[in-house]
Design a protein around this ligand. Structure first.
Ligand code: ATP
Ligand code: MG
Length: 332
């Protein structure tokens, strides 16, 4: 069954200068029990998309168009506040840099208890019991619920934020860069913990990260964003094994470990697109080694490919196999 269906979502930010077109006509669907990845380099619109669907955009952000259905209910007609109330019950959100935004002057346990009190009518003792239980679930010592954020390491603080997000047993966990800034061993532990919890609570996962290696390991399906556009979408097996979009091919070369290769990572040359204009040409053309005149004329539609569960936005998608081969060739 479909849990979350986002269609044609477009979000802009007002600035003193021209508006920023951060998310442009983005659609994706997360089915129950699916782990979904949202990938793309910094500035591609990942966090904006998540904040828009949760009703948590900053004041200068506007959802220009699109529909957001959660369990069959259209959320776009609701106010941000109404949407947040509904979603709090069902969606756990671990925002980007969550571990750095804990309140330094309140004990970690009190912060989680406060979140529980906001949404549940329970006694202090019950809330404390639940906090101890949540500490255990995320692998923290329940005897430390009265400790303050500074008494924990980065990885432990991230576990606290996960505990807080899980307080109400969500159907969907949205985690935005949950391991960025942590060392590699701690990263693996946090990802394993999220997966363990998600399986135990039988929830779906929307994992947002620029590291496609993490998505390859943990997700069933994904969307790859660039310049606020979905460039490629579908099952991880299709998209990351046989990419049809030059942007995905470039991303893969910047994370060679996903093919278990031992090549050095090769970053995509160039810089992200100017988001001050609505895309009229392919958003990736300036950095694309395969761009032609057609790519200047329009941004390609996201089209369904013949194999199941695979969509790509590239004017040259029919030549994907040749492009893939040439993208894989070592530089001479
Ligand atoms: P990162 O990997 O760095 O977290 P992201 O993919 O999450 O990046 P977003 O944070 O969604 O990207 O940003 C998308 C674009 O919108 C960027 O160009 C960013 O600078 C811009 N942006 C984000 N927030 C605002 C804001 N409040 N006002 C103006 N522009 C913004
Ligand atoms: Mg982000």
């Amino acid at each position: 069954m479909t849990l979350l269906n986002v269609e044609n979502l477009t979000v802009t930010y007002a600035t003193d200068d021209e508006p920023v077109h951060a998310v442009n006509d983005v659609s994706f669907t997360i089915d129950e029990g699916v782990n979904y990845g949202l990938a793309g380099e910094s500035g591609s619109g990942k966090s904006t998309a998540a904040e828009a669907l949760l009703g948590l955009l900053p004041g200068n952000g506007t959802v220009e168009s699109g529909t957001i259905e959660f369990k069959g209910t259209d959320l776009t007609s609701l106010s941000d506040a109404q949407r947040r109330d509904i979603l709090w019950e069902d969606i756990a959100y671990i925002p980007q840099s969550a571990m750095d935004s804990l309140d330094p002057v309140m004990s970690t346990g009190d912060q989680i208890a406060q979140a529980i009190h906001t949404h549940r009518n329970v006694t202090d003792a019950k809330a404390r019991d639940r906090v101890r239980e949540l500490f255990e679930i995320v692998g923290l010592d329940p005897d430390r619920i009265d400790d303050y954020p500074h008494e924990f390491s980065g990885g432990m603080r991230q576990r606290v934020t996960i505990a807080m997000a899980l307080a109400l047993e969500p159907d969907l966990i949205i985690a935005d860069e949950p391991t960025t800034g942590l060392d590699v061993i701690v990263q693996d532990k946090i990802i394993d913990k999220i997966l363990e919890i998600q399986e135990r609570m039988d929830s779906s996962l929307l994992l947002i990260t620029h590291e496609i290696g993490v998505i390859a390991e943990t997700c069933d399906e994904l969307s790859i964003l660039y310049g606020g556009k979905v460039m490629e979408q579908g099952s991880v097996d299709n998209v990351l094994v046989n990419p049809t979009n030059p942007y995905t091919m470039g991303l893969k070369n910047s994370f060679p470990e996903i093919d278990e290769g031992d090549e050095d990572p090769v970053a995509i040359p160039g810089s992200p697109p100017n988001l001050n204009r609505e895309p009229t040409a392919c958003v990736f053309r300036d950095r694309c080694p395969f761009a032609t005149d057609e790519c200047e004329e329009s941004h390609p539609d996201l089209v369904e490919l013949p194999n199941r569960n695979h969509r790509s936005a590239c004017h040259r998608v029919k030549e994907a196999a040749q492009m893939r081969q040439s993208a894989d060739e070592p530089e001479t």
